[in-house]
Structure formats: C-alpha cells, structure tokens
Design a binder for this molecule. Structure first.
Ligand code: R5P
Length: 305
C-alpha cells in the first residue's frame, strides 16, 4: 500500500494531477458512473495510508455524495487518514437561519464531512458570522487558506496603474480588500450592500467622489449571480470611475454572464482556479501544495497524526 496518494474527482482531475506532481506523490482518478435514475456508483483505485481527495465543491450535490461513497471505499481499503482538498467549499454562505424554517447548511455540511474526513483544506471559505473554519469542523483538522498572496503576486506581475483603487462591495470584504491593498500599496474603499433577493442587490459608497477619474480593481470572494459585481460597478460608474476590472477567488457564475459584466462596465474578471472557469488566471497550486507538505513528510515516516 502506498503511504500517500492524491485521488481526484473527474471534474477536477487536471488540478489534482498538478497537485500530485508538485508533491511528487501518485495520482489516481475516482471513477463515477451515473445510473438511469441519477444514483451514482463510485469506484476508487487502491487507497493509500494517507489518501488525499481533490474535489472542489462547486455545483456540489453529486460531488458530496461521490465523496461520501469514495471515503467508504477508501476506509474499507485501509486508508488511515483522509484529507479532503476542496478549494471551493460549498454551503458556507448559509451560516444562520435567516428566515423561519431554514436549515443552517454550513453546520450540516461541516458535520457531514467530519464523519468521513480527518482534515479539510479549503481556500477563502465564505466565513462571515463564523469567524474560524474550526467552528465548521470542530472535531477534525481544518485549514482555510488565503488566495490573497497568489492574487497579489499575479497582479504585481501585470502593469498595475499607480492610481488604482482596490474596492470591495460590502463590509464583509473589508479585511480582504485592506490586505490586498496593503500588498499592492494602493488605496482602498468598501461599499455597503443591501441584498433584496438572490439577483437584486444595491450598493453605495460613503465617498463616491473618490473614484472620479480613477481606475478601480474590484475584489470579491465569490461571484455567483453576478448581482453584487454589477451593482458595485453601477455605483462606481456613478462616482466617475475611469475603468473597472475585477479579481475574485471563486468563479461560480455561468460564463455567459460575461456580456452582462461588460455592459455593466467591468472590462475584465480574473479568478483563481479554485473552480475551473474561463476566467481562471491565478493558480492556487503552490498555496495548496505547501499546506500538504507536512502530510507527505508524516506519511513517509509512517505517522498519520
Ligand atoms: C457575499 O457575501 C459574497 O461575498 C459575494 O459578494 C456574493 O456571494 C456574490 O454573489 P452574487 O454574485 O450572487 O451577487
């Protein structure tokens, strides 16, 4: 039995392959078969003592079932430690019951994954009222890595206008925006967001005049319906922004929304590869591999804790 290996879901196999190559460990594909009634059959290759599953969790429901089934197969095949690498972690936004009768999805998914994995590694998980990833996974190891150094390095390699203002759409984005602006040595501003529904959002800024004639770099963790970025671009245009570009971590939106973004005055959107998407520009390979180096070292020594 191998001491350690990466097993990837088919939908993210190329990212899993690069991770395994960086760590110099074997890569194996998890095979999925969909039955006519939409049930899934999961077939795994031989488990390693430390089995790393690479499965980013956008469009998550089938993937969650695949992970549960794969973990059962790995455990029965002798896996002692299972590490789930999910660069995008689903269901994190519903961290409270906002209306009567709603479930707290974040807690449910945290409990579910804790029953099968020993460690979860993710990137820029959407933690708002939950301040720490350990609160989502109280009984297992968990790491919420930051994409900001990789994003900053990427931006600093391009010709960045000295006058550019880094902008976040809402108070939640404040810490990331301040961090990125600090890394880029640029000014920043944060808006106030009023969400009326999934698609309907309004954003305002305390001092919109500060954008007059200046280029703006919008930063957000997730783009899903696109409503937040579009509303933010509207407020920035009203403030007289010269140009608007965006950089985001998780591109959940459908690629066909690009035209809507262009019409809203957003010239470009660049994302990390946490989710495979045409806007991918910033690779998270190094940040994820670095978080797993200790697993490789421990596995080589035959230690799994
Ligand atoms: C919200 O709190 C997040 O940080 C994002 O701003 C939000 O998820 C974006 O969603 P949408 O693209 O649907 O407006």
């Amino acid at each position: 039995m191998d001491s350690i290996a990466v097993h990837g879901l088919p939908s993210c196999l190329s990212d899993a392959r690069r991770l395994a190559a960086r760590l110099a460990v074997p890569i194996r594909e998890i095979d999925l078969h969909r039955f006519p009634d939409d049930e899934l059959r999961v077939t795994t290759k031989p488990a390693a003592r430390t089995t790393i599953i690479y499965a980013t969790l956008d469009r998550p429901n089938d993937k969650l079932v695949s992970i549960l089934l794969a973990c059962d197969a790995f455990r029965r095949d002798g896996a002692e430690r299972i590490v789930l690498v999910a660069p995008y972690l689903c269901y994190m936004r519903q961290d409270a019951a906002f209306h009567a009768g709603e479930a707290i999805s974040q807690a449910v998914i945290g409990r579910l994954l804790s029953t099968v994995a020993d460690r979860v590694v993710t990137v820029n998980a959407h933690l708002h009222r939950t301040t720490d990833i350990g609160m989502v996974f109280p009984r297992i190891d968990a790491d919420n890595l930051t994409a900001l150094p990789a994003i900053a390095e990427f931006l600093l390699q391009s010709s960045l206008d000295p006058d550019i203002v880094v902008v976040g759409p809402d108070q939640e984005s404040g810490p990331w925006v301040a961090d990125l602006a600090d890394r880029l040595k640029r000014n920043y501003a944060v808006g106030t967001k009023h969400r009326h529904s999934d698609q309907s959002v309004a954003i305002d800024f305390a001092k919109p005049a500060m954008f007059a004639g200046r280029p703006v770099l919008l930063l957000d963790d997730i783009v899903s319906s696109g409503g937040t970025l579009i509303a933010c671009a509207g407020a920035l245009r009203e403030g007289g922004a010269r140009s608007i570009d965006a950089v985001i971590t998780h591109a959940l939106f459908e690629a066909k929304l690009t035209d809507k973004f262009l019409k809203a005055g957003i010239h470009s959107i660049r994302s990390t590869n946490s989710i495979s998407h045409p806007t991918n520009a910033v690779l998270l390979d190094a940040v994820i591999a670095n978080a797993l180096r200790a697993e490789v070292a421990h596995a080589a020594l035959g230690r799994n804790s």
